[in-house]
Design a protein around this ligand. Structure first.
Ligand code: RIB
Ligand code: CA
Length: 319
């Protein structure tokens, strides 16, 4: 095996820590413990809830997992252009379903997320993989401030968008809808993209039996996720009759180290930033006659749910 193949992925996660973001962070920590990735930094962005809450939530989830050594950097407290709208109905007003975590003793970083991200990318040219699991505001600011960042990042993996459907409107998924201009900057950046949209994330769930096992497990992570996911599970049951927990944000994290449990296809994907009906829609040319002329993204479409759930379940129960 040559040196190149021995290099484990260097990962930066930008999150609007809400409940599935918390599960994604636990998943990243498990994969790091297994030597499959190295977590270089976490940044917080407004999204599910306000920045000051997503910042504290990320810090406190890391502390709960015994990894308060990993720095969390504060990012944008509002979208680039559109109005800010939280998702309290899914994540609760504190972002963690009302669950209160012990406060991390780690010093609060004050350097802006985009600056910290750029410095990390410069220190590891061509190696850093950016995982976006909230609105893409911080990434877009970094790309606008530092034009050479596109040449420094290895790739950007996002939880966001959908070839079909939406969850905040009938045509848009929350992370893209919440800051469509930011997402368009990311999708037009030229950095190789992996898009884990609702096409795949709605198949990436913990089923009732797996959630029951987590509910009866005595760990901190199990308690947090089983209690904090009740709103999302109730919404799921009301809309589909399924009592499953969709862990959207764990998809790009797992894809970064285990792409083989997913299937996808290359396509041109760009973002609608206007339109009362279509704002935030990710428009993919994968099966259309008229093409964009560039394949900027791998659109992830399917996942081996059992293997996905096995990794996420182990991660939650290991905290
Ligand atoms: O649409 C799902 C996405 O929106 C997830 O990232 C969830 O955390 C919310 O931010
Ligand atoms: Ca999120």
């Amino acid at each position: 095996m040559n040196e190149q193949s021995r290099e484990i992925p260097l990962i930066w996660i930008d999150a609007d820590t809400g409940v599935d973001d918390a599960a994604a962070l636990m998943t990243a920590l498990l994969l790091e413990k297994k030597g499959l990735l190295k977590l270089m930094g976490i940044s917080a962005v407004c999204g599910n809830v306000e920045l000051e809450k997503t910042f504290e939530n990320a810090r406190n989830v890391l502390y709960m997992a015994g990894r308060e050594d990993i720095k969390v950097w504060p990012g944008a407290d509002r979208p680039r252009l559109v109005e800010y709208h939280p998702a309290y109905h899914v994540h609760g007003e504190n972002g963690l379903g009302g669950e209160i975590l012990q406060e991390s003793p780690a010093p609060r970083e004050t350097k802006p997320a985009w600056e910290a991200l750029y410095e990390c990318a410069k220190a590891h040219p061509g190696r850093l993989e950016l995982i976006l699991i909230g609105p893409e505001t911080n990434a877009s600011i970094a790309l606008d401030l530092y034009p050479d960042l596109t040449g420094l990042l290895k790739r950007i993996l996002v939880m966001g968008g959908a070839e079909y459907g939406g969850n905040v409107t009938s045509s848009a998924e929350f992370n893209i809808w919440a800051d469509p201009h930011a997402a368009q900057t990311v999708f037009k950046s030229g950095v190789p993209l992996v898009m884990c949209g609702l096409d795949v994330t709605m198949k990436a769930f913990l089923n009732a039996a797996e959630m029951k096992e987590i509910e009866s497990h005595p760990g901190h992570g199990s308690r947090l996720i089983s209690r904090a996911s009740t709103r999302a599970r109730e919404l799921m049951r009301a809309s589909s009759g399924e009592t499953a927990y969709v862990v959207h944000d764990a998809c790009p994290v797992i894809y970064a180290v285990c792409p083989k449990i997913f299937t996808g296809a290359e396509a041109g994907v760009f973002v609608e930033t206007r339109g009362p009906l279509t704002r935030g829609k990710t428009v993919s040319d994968r099966i259309t006659d008229i093409k964009f002329g560039i394949k900027n993204a791998t659109v992830v479409l399917d996942v081996d749910r059992e293997r996905f759930a096995g990794i996420v379940r182990e991660a939650i129960m290991s905290v």
